[in-house]
Design a protein around this ligand. Structure first.
Ligand code: B12
Ligand code: SF4
Ligand code: SF4
Length: 411
């Protein structure tokens, strides 16, 4: 085959293939340590990675793709748009991309969410687990590179590699002050995946950064996790706290987390480059039934901690069995990135959300809603899970919800 011998033609063909298998962007970076690899070391030295020990343990590999794949010469970088409307379109796909609604979705819960109470799940987890979706596509590229005589290794979160740095080097976008990779037209609602290969390919030109003097993401972050441009303190980031963190969430950060039960989108919601962000046409990434708009009660039910007689789950009423909870979590998270939070983690997060919504209901003098949310907080705190019980203690939610309690929490 002609392009098998010429790096330029081979590179063009590989990128064409990436588009054919469904990626929205594709580019090539040299398999060299990215220029900002040093920043990873400083990030780790300052312990901004919190409990993500896997970030520290493979730091040298993470900085140099040749340690991941000896003899590596190129990194094929691919990106997939995951932006989707909260409810999947009623029928089929639409022709071409539609303008996104990202800019309109800034909801500083619980104060400004239009009266709608949601246990808010970050949009990257609305559809099918992206690792599965991207892996299949990257495998097709890897097969082709192997057929051409190279060795190929796939990465999508799974391998220690600085995905954003390579994607930026490959010209897929620039790294914004919120630390996300942003494409000037498509925005930042992108999943990244790579194929590291020993084949020689022609690198693309990087784009320049376009943040300018903007600092909306830094100003909007609810917990102040963006401690400086391009520098994120994971220990304060809601995404880390609700997904990776296996411990309780401190009372102050919990309070600032609003209604976010899994992940956080604020620093991307406010980004001007997401105002007209592309929408995905990939059905796999469209929201699963109701996932983007679950009420706290619905989520509790789906996690096996529903109220007696609500028809959702947990016929035991007060308290639930570990089997209820396991079955509920298993069904809700099958094939979804939500699974990463673990069952007890999601229940802990839900308790935090319920506590924040209850505070809001109290401020709004909605007495009935306060009682409903206290009942739910009580049910969660009493569900029998150790982490949730400890979170309840951290929030003072137990005293608020306990029978005969003051009806006031320590908030
Ligand atoms: C650990 C991790 C997290 C951690 C830490 C995030 C972080 N910013 O470091 C937590 C759990 C908080 C997290 C959250 C999210 N994550 Co995450 N995460 C990762 C993971 C596994 C490693 C990231 C990493 O190496 N961090 C260490 C820091 C030091 O590296 P970095 O963020 O790449 O930072 C580089 C730049 O900031 C640059 N830099 C630093 N200073 C400066 C200054 C200038 C001027 C410049 C130009 C560059 C620069 O140097 C750094 C090192 O190269 C990657 C997958 C991977 N293997 O890369 C996914 C990944 C970064 N996450 C992703 C996603 C989707 C998210 C969330 C949106 C999920 C959500 N909605 O909750 C949030 C976004 C939060 C945010 N603002 O980053 C996507 C990002 C897609 C994109 N468009 O950027 C990735 C690539 C996963 C994937 N395969 O798609 N994540
Ligand atoms: S994901 Fe949320 S908490 Fe984390 S840096 Fe962005 S806005 Fe802040
Ligand atoms: S909000 Fe502004 S500063 Fe932050 S990433 Fe977007 S353009 Fe850059």
């Amino acid at each position: 085959m002609l392009w098998a011998n010429d790096p330029a033609q081979r590179s063009a063909a590989v990128k064409r293939l990436a588009h054919e298998v469904g990626f929205d962007l594709a580019g090539i970076a040299p398999a060299l340590p990215p220029a900002d690899g040093e920043r990873l070391l400083s990030w780790l030295a300052d312990e901004l990675h919190g409990g993500m020990t896997y970030m520290a343990s493979m730091a040298s590999v993470r900085r140099d793709p040749r340690e991941l794949l000896p003899g590596a010469r190129a990194v094929v970088c691919c990106a997939q748009v995951y932006n989707a409307p909260p409810a999947a379109p009623a029928h089929g796909g639409t022709a071409g991309r539609e303008p996104g609604q990202a800019g309109a979705q800034v909801q500083d819960c619980p104060d400004k969410n239009g009266g709608e109470e949601i246990a808010r799940i970050s949009r990257y987890a609305w559809g099918r687990d992206y690792h599965k979706v991207l892996r299949r596509r990257l495998a097709a590229i890897a097969r082709e590179l192997t057929r051409l005589g190279g060795v190929a290794r796939i990465a999508v979160d799974s391998a220690p590699i600085l995905e954003r740095a390579h994607a930026a080097r490959a010209g897929l976008g620039w790294i914004g002050k919120n630390t996300c990779l942003i494409h000037p037209r498509i925005g930042s609602w992108l999943f990244l995946g790579e194929v590291v290969t020993t084949l020689e390919l022609l690198p693309d030109e990087p784009l320049g950064g376009l943040c300018g003097s903007c600092r909306r993401c830094l100003d909007a972050c609810p917990t102040g996790a963006l401690i400086a441009p391009h520098r994120l303190d994971a220990r304060r980031c809601i995404s880390y706290l609700t997904i990776e963190n296996r411990d309780t969430i401190g009372a102050e950060l919990a309070r600032q987390s609003g209604d976010r039960v899994f992940g956080c989108d604020v620093c991307q919601d406010v980004c001007p480059y997401n105002r007209k962000a592309a929408m995905t046409l990939d059905r796999d990434l469209w929201p699963r039934a109701g996932i983007a708009t679950l009420s706290p009660e619905e989520l509790a039910g789906r996690l096996g901690v529903g109220a007696a007689g609500d028809g959702l789950a947990n016929p035991n009423g007060r308290g639930s069995t570990a089997t209820d909870r396991f079955a509920g979590f298993d069904e809700l998270t099958r094939g979804s990135a939500l699974r990463r939070a673990h069952g007890d983690g999601l229940l802990r997060n839900l308790l935090v959300v319920v506590s924040n919504l209850r505070r809001h209901a109290r401020e709004c003098r909605d007495a009935q809603r306060v009682v409903e949310l206290e009942t739910l907080a009580h049910r969660l705190a009493d569900c029998g899970d150790g982490l949730v019980a400890r979170q309840a203690a951290e929030l003072g939610a137990r005293s608020a919800a306990a029978p005969g309690g003051r009806g006031e929490s320590a908030e």
